[in-house]
Design a protein around this ligand. Sequence first.
Ligand code: 1YM
Length: 641
Amino acid sequence: MEDKVNNSYDSSAIQVLEGLEAVRKRPGMYIGSTSSKGLHHLVWEIVDNAIDEALAGYCTHIEVTINKDNSITVKDDGRGIPVDIHPKTGKSTVETVYTVLHAGGKFGGGGYKVSGGLHGVGASVVNALSDWLEVKVYKNGKVYYQRYQTGGHPVEDLKVIDSCDVNRTGTTVTFKPDDQIFTETTVYDYDVLKTRLRELAFLNRGLRITLYDDREEPKKDTFCYEGGIREYVEMLNKSKTPIHNTIIDVTGVMDDISLEVALQYNESYNSSIYSFVNNITTPEGGTHEEGVRRALTRVLNKYAVANNYLKDKDSPLTGDDVKEGLTMIISIKHPNPQFEGQTKTKLGNSEVRGIADKIFSEAFERFLLEHPDEAKIIVEKAIVASRARVAAKKAREITRRKGDLDITNFYGKLSDCKSKDASISEIFLVEGDSAGGSAIKGRDSMTQAILPLRGKILNVEKARLDRALSNEEIRTIITAFGTGIGEEFDLSKLRYNKIIIMTDADVDGSHIRVLLLTLFYRFFKPIVEAGHVYAAQPPLFVIKHGKTIKYVLNEQERDEYLKTLAPNTKYEIARMKGLGEMDAEELNETTMDINKRVLRQITIDDAVAADEVFSQLMGEEVAPRREFIENNATYVGNLDI
Ligand code: 1YM
């Protein structure tokens, strides 16, 4: 009888050692690699078991210590690993967990393991890859102890080494990674442990995790977040500027799957979206992320349309639009996660998509209804992103067609110059058809091209950049320039040496100037920087005396000219008409003739100022926008171009 027990003990011992030997032969199969990453992975395997105990509701505090010799101690205040003899192995459950591959949760009975890593089966792997490992279990008023050496061999059976308070329970594990396995390094990095332990504290609301460094420079950090991932989002947005106060925090459970989402938008254009399954990060995303993002996009669209932020003719917000400036954490706990993808970090379970969508969309919709002010800010941010996207797309389309100089109505609009020599060619962008007509007649057709712009279409009160890009004249401008725009922009292909904006010095004229300069600033910056852009300066007064006709730009010039006239000279002085009222000859004399005209070169500062005005004009809702234009009409008008 005794023999038999010994035999079975021996054979199971051999089996066990074979298992752990396999781990030592191919450690990469079990912990990924034997680099620094693998070294740290050992800690996560042990910590995961403690986290599972916290998820089961029994553990409130986990302590991790880097000891002087770079061994690691992980301590929890859970129930303690069971110490009774396990029926299948004939050994204590502690020893079974630490020496039998794939033991883990199966031996516990009841409940599932949801933690990451090897799903609770990692204890024996850590043991196999350690020089030595010691377990202490506090349970039943006793302290149980077992030590293993050289790759997981028990030194002796689990035994009681002390007594303790009956109320004290928990598990403490200390292990020293085997330097024959971890040949690159056996030195632990405090910050690596700190970052992940803090993340685990965020992901497990209320759990306290303390990290100690007992090496040369002792350190300590404690993490505990009653707000869970909501506080994670708060930390991530700390260095950014949130655009609304409330961090949206959603939790729910369906079919044994629990979901938690926290999010807040910030001013930036980037997004920080991190998703987790059972505390493991899923950088490749998966069905949990898909469900939440699908719901986010759908609910925001629905809200935007219902509240008139989006009109029927507007294109709907896309997933990318609602992602701009978004900081979001998604965390699910799943009893049976399936991972796929290149690095097996993408959740594949298809049932999760619908569950995540349902839980999130219901809560998010409620949030929007209950927080209309914040909802407005969020929706408007997404709409701005959407417009920028549409504008960028149009810009690309136009670029692709940049060679189409012979499109049917192109010459209908542009009266091009005969010369193909860019160095002597100029293009006038003229406000209004009637001034355009005079300019065509009054120009030097060899070197001067005329493009009339219809003022009312270019009303910047309505024209956002995307609409501006769908405007025929502006498309013609882009085509006429010949440079292409965006990534394909090529300054050397510019077809004109001078681009001359010719508008009246009134509010309408200034609107057009602002729009054109904004367009140039955003899509043709190098043209402005290279000094190719000018504003024509039509004179304000005409002075006639005898047979002389003198045009002057402003009051100051007028007064100075009058002083030069001989006393008693008879003269007539008149305020000039708008561009549209001048005939071809007048327009040529005053504004176009290269020997008589006055041009003002546009600098990049002018373009920046215009862009700022434009952004302000576009940033407000309709009523304030009108007010802004009215209040700033002089400023806009005085952009001084
Ligand atoms: C420092 C590492 O391993 N804590 C830990 C592990 C277990 C339990 C409690 C536990 C689990 C169960 C029941 C159960 C484990 N037990 C097992 C097994 N900390 C650390 N704390 N009672 C205690 O899952 O039912 C594996 S891990 F299999 F023995 F139950």
